[in-house]
Design a protein around this ligand. Sequence first.
Ligand code: FDP
Length: 372
Amino acid sequence: MKCTLLLALVAPTMAFIPMKPVVPMAQAQARVKGQTRMQADMPGLASAPGQPTIESWLLDNSEKKLSKAVLALFSACKEIAYKIRTASCDKMACFNEFGDEQLAIDILANNVLFQNLKDSGVVATASSEETPTEDPMGGEGYSVAFDPLDGSSIIDTNFAVGTIFGVWPGSRLTGITGRELAASGIAVYGPRTTITFAIDGVEGAHEFLLVDDFTARHGQWIKTNTFTSIGEGKLYAPGNLRATNDNPGYDALHKYWLQNKYQLRYTGGMVPDVNQIMVKGKGVFVNPESPSAKAKLRLLYEVAPIGYVIEKAGGASSYGAGSVLDLKVYKTEDRTQVAYGSKEEVKRFEEMVGTKFATAHPDTAAKNTAHA
Ligand code: FDP
């Protein structure tokens, strides 16, 4: 074989051979020593080969049926990550070859989640933001609500997007609250794929990394961080900013952030926008409503599962007058305004924004009537 031909064949392959994740020992030690907010479980893959996989971590932290449901969700997210990486996109959406068909990536993600939950045998009911009905899955033990691909309007731009899931005991996904969650998590499909996950009876929110380095651990979910507290710090992610036009409280809060020189960190994808609060250990994400800019986020599929993770990580959540975990899911499609972040920032949201214009969720609408 001619040398040029050989190079032509080998060069593209070489481009995909990842660099070994080298973390200089001193740097790794400094990161571990300096760590107060979160425990650096794995400063570098190479220097901590003994870190648990999700399978072994669940053995110590969960009962069998719940473990099965969680593993089904992790498997689905792994497949979704691959489908996102290999999709082709036009100006509106991303598609992937699937048999003879090209399917939109959010539909594929939806199908993958349903299939994995059905196969688990421990899921009685599942419901997706894409198809908001309570569908029987043929199993017994838990019920799962999920948003298969949150941030679908930014996927074509190659911003980070995510999956959100909540696991409840029993067979119902209405008449419940976030307080009853058995587990919930958010998968971030960014330069790295991670799931930040919380489970009943275990303190903290736990970050798992999908290893993508072609070592023996390739394809495994390895525990990389434990988030246990969210401190004060000037970082803000202001969702639904158009609501400042006719929600004076939100307008004042926005001005407060500007005047106090907060750092703006907002992508328009709720999953990475909230995940950063745990990773950075500070900040606030809000998505308030106003008469002309209605609440968009759904309690069952998005707000409650994320609230559970954030509160487990030592932060707070609010619908304007209390934790989102106390809002009842009357209908699968119930919506609400929301704030997540450090306790002080969420308190500021309650004081300045409150529930004056919160009419989407029946409970906050009722409070408004009472105040009128
Ligand atoms: P998307 O519609 O792109 O799926 O959950 C819905 C969501 O994304 C959030 O991820 C995001 O924070 C929000 O909508 C952004 O909404 P706007 O683009 O309407 O501001």
